[in-house]
Design a binder for this molecule. Sequence first.
Ligand code: ARG
Length: 457
Amino acid sequence: MKLWGGRFTKETNRLVHNFNASLSFDQKFYNEDIQGSIAHVTMLGKQQIISFEESNEIIKGLNSILIDIENGTLELDETHEDIHSFVEATLIERIGNVGKKLHTGRSRNDQVALDMRMYIKNETLEIRACARTLQLTLLKIIKDNIDTIMPGFTHLQKAQPITLAHHLMSYFEMLKRDISRLDDCFTRMNVLPLGSGALAGTTFPLDREYVAELLDFDSVSLNSIDGVSDRDYLIELLSTLSTIMMHLSRFSEEIILWASNEWQFITIDDAYSTGSSIMPQKKNPDIAELVRGKVGRVYGALMSILTIMKGIPLAYNKDMQEDKELTFDAIDTVKGCLSLFNGMLDTMKFNKGNMYESAKRGFTNATDAADYLVLKGIPFRDAHSIVGELVLFCETKGISLDEMTLEEYKNINPIFEQDIFHAIMLETCVDRRNIIGAPARQAMQKVIDINERYLGL
Ligand code: ARG
């Protein structure tokens, strides 16, 4: 059944129907559509725009539709254009003429704007919950690894010794910002568009604040044209999701490197790895690779929605129907990636010995040797140059700084004393970086406390 057949003299071309229809994907929010209609019709009754009896009859009909969709007895029939048409037509089929009053003072334009916001609000909260679960897993690993020394990198070259806890806490901080961005998006999407009508509001005395209260919205939109045509919140959400995926892809890249034979910092659990059809020895980090790869879909969704919305004149245009599939796909992708990533991380083994050995090679303590000289009164720039000589010496001999003798140190500069060996121990290097944000145990513990409070633990 068409909601708009009156002024037409011909059936819609079959291909046109298929091209125009959105039921195959907007059926995702059947529940929101029905709850939105129930709130609308409750308000129509309260305002005496329709009678209480009519309102109640419609609500009963809508509830029966909801139950039957849920238990699988009511099939979503693809001859209907979209979920809104399907629900309204089914209602009229079930309760007769009174069902025709449901759409009083409403347009599909504000209806779809409402349904999508309701749906996306829930999804945003679900994504937030997934991100929080990942934070909890991270914090558990962090607390177990405050003293696990590993090399920190810049340019993917060994730089200075840090700890695994310190390294992983950087991802925790990224997730904090991601969650705060999700919360921001949520605040701005939490505005009720229903009552905007097609674009110019309605002649009926709707109580929009009441509907907002029923549907748990913070406020009502203040301009009906903007109400039906605003999709900013999707752009914001997809931008936030893109950032989450960017973070996960950086983490994935590290996991792939760490799991490689060259690094062997971690062992990915068998349940989270896959093998090769030809090479019997292979154990591949496919989950991390897929997460890294799926960033493309989410960035793609952001670019699509930005492009779709560009240059559309006010108010509603059918272009906007294109906002759905890509947003749903991006949301499912991010939820899936966050959950799988969490499982992979939670079951991963950290090879602490390999991390320590790696930190010992590559002169990660060279800055500390320079800081040692600074404490003896040598200006940092000169200290830098002296340690440069030490490194050169070690490289030609194929040894590390702690393998030099005191005599060799003194040959390069007589200011070196026995205490240089303590100063360049990896444990010392980490312990002495004790300002907030740095890897020393005490400084880390402070940040762990702050972040436990943040999580409400
Ligand atoms: N399926 C449509 C969408 O997703 C619903 C709104 C239709 N409005 C209209 N005027 N044709 O945007």
